[in-house]
Design a protein around this ligand. Structure first.
Ligand code: ZN
Length: 128
């Protein structure tokens, strides 16, 4: 597997998120992982099935990023959230919230999408 094919598979995953056709991978014992994967990170199984990602997730933690990585320099401040969608955990930028006005509590329901930042698509969330 080349780096290029890994990038493409991840881009496909992000494209699916943007179109509401997101999926994750599940092995026979039921461990969940995000594409691209060719083997389960928990048990090494290679017969991974694509499963639809739940439409709604909940925030488990969030933090305000005020000094971002250089690629995100124009974005700060923003809220970075960790959220659970069923058995899958995603980290992304929470859109349409003012980090100075809103305190995002754990358990807040969100949906997942993507956002274009510079040359890249990133995982992003919206409040539901
Ligand atoms: Zn597994």
């Amino acid at each position: 597997m080349s780096d290029e094919s890994a990038t493409t598979a991840y881009d496909d995953f992000l494209e699916g998120l943007a179109e509401g056709e997101s999926y994750f991978l599940e092995c026979p014992p039921g461990h969940a992982s995000l594409p691209p994967r060719y083997a389960c990170p928990d048990c090494g199984a290679t017969d991974l099935e694509e499963r639809p990602l739940p439409e709604s997730g909940t925030v488990t933690a969030s933090t305000v990023i005020r000094v971002p990585a250089p690629a995100f320099a124009g974005e700060a401040p923003y809220v970075l959230a960790i959220a659970e969608f069923g058995s899958i955990r995603l980290t992304g930028k929470l859109l349409e919230v003012d980090p100075d006005e809103e305190n995002i509590e754990p358990g807040t329901p969100i949906s997942v999408t993507t956002e274009r930042v510079g040359e890249e698509n990133i995982i992003a969330f919206r409040l539901r």
